[in-house]
Design a protein. Sequence first.
Length: 112
Amino acid sequence: MSGPVTIQPGHKLLPFTADWKNELFASCSPIQEGVIYCLCGPCCAGRLHQRTGENYFGCLVPGTTQALRAKIRMAYGIKGTLIGDCLASCCGPCSLLQMKKELDAQGVPNPF
């Protein structure tokens, strides 16, 4: 028979020390990309979802783009919070472009 449990099992939190490669409001350059993301936001969001292994049409469900932002943040150890992810969606095109540029910088292939 083994002895009593003196330490509860836990989980290891990974340190999130990285920053986004582009600031939220500095992501809209070149201007052509910014215009495309402003005019065709849902299509661009769908492409980002598909690029990260999610369903293209997942972007049509409220909250999934914020969840995608959290997924990208956690995958690359980027500092931030869920509240920050939700607040970033106040400027949807900027947030989408920031995620796109992060995936580009991390070398995630773009199938389009």
